[in-house]
Design a protein around this ligand. Sequence first.
Ligand code: GLV
Ligand code: MN
Ligand code: MN
Length: 401
Amino acid sequence: MDTSTFKRLWEELHDIGRTEQGGYRRYAWSEADLACRNWFRRQAERRDMEVESDRNGNLYAWWGTWRTGEAVLTGSHFDSVPDGGAYDGPLGIVSAFLAVDVLREQGARPRRPIGIAAFTEEEGARFGVPCLGTRLMTGAIDPERARRLADADGATLGQAMEENNADAGVLGPDTERLAHLAAFVELHIEQGRALDAETAPVGVADAIRPHGRWRLTFTGEGNHAGTTLLPDRCDPMLTFAFTVLAARKEARLAGGVATVGRAEIDPGATNAIPGRVRAWLDARAPDEATLGQILTGLESKMHERAGRDGTLAAIETETQTGTVEFDPALRDRLATALGGAPTLPTGAGHDAGVLAAHIPTAMLFVRNRTGVSHAPAETATDDDCAAGVDALAAALRELAC
Ligand code: GLV
Ligand code: MN
Ligand code: MN
């Protein structure tokens, strides 16, 4: 694919949900998300592809009719983390439309329907559960729980959908659709630098490492910052601060990673000892036993510290995902079709990881020279993105034509 063709379509999304810092806030069902969805509809129309939304708010554009065959699905997500980069998600959708163009220019006549998906709330940045659209579709989350998930302002997923004329009453497993999918291939920017050392701009995923999110609550006693003697305090901030450091240490000793990237201090006054701190832990590891070890170690240290601080500490699992091994036959078939592309694991979660338990699934990674992701500096070169489009077209040709 011509690099300038990629650039032209890519730049159409540039201003949607962009912040002053140059990052993106494209939360599910927000104005920015709707602008992206409208863009998706226009792209589909331009290509004479039929658009439909499923019962879970995921959008599809079809070349062919999925109900009549075993479809090959590609695509990704529009939503971002707070101040995320431009590429995580949208690259897979833009590349999918361009891959359809490449196939059509090549005169391809697919024997299987080809679909492009834009999945909802992949990052979990608004409602807290990542890959919500595919979890709902596969029955991995109870629809009633999903409907009641609330954002930071207290608006529920159900309300957000209704506001956008989407019926939240029908959320739930979509077994008919899954039964008609022969394969899913998600193209994604790489979120690390494993490909940097390789000559290939595109790699094929072989696994997603286990990961999860936990909600931490530290409860103490609000009091005056100037008049409360140190021995009289029950300061949850101390237990929280200790827990952040302990998470890092447990992860380092076990060989995983742990991050606390979000916290809420209640009430959040400079001259008051807080009454409560809530925080979210993200932990990942090469294998499930190691992830368990990090959590067990952290929990006992956190409670021991809470005892010393006169506070209460609680940990609740929000989501936990085991190791995902992508279909080895599909992985090898695509790596070969791409001329011997390298294979690599990832520490990031993806809708492909959820779908992999139900249908043969693969991922293509486009080289990210700095490795930065979930931040405004996330980038890939236009040349590498154009190579990604060619790779995705080759993958779709292999599977659908
Ligand atoms: C999603 O990108 C995640 O890995 O959290
Ligand atoms: Mn992401
Ligand atoms: Mn992503």
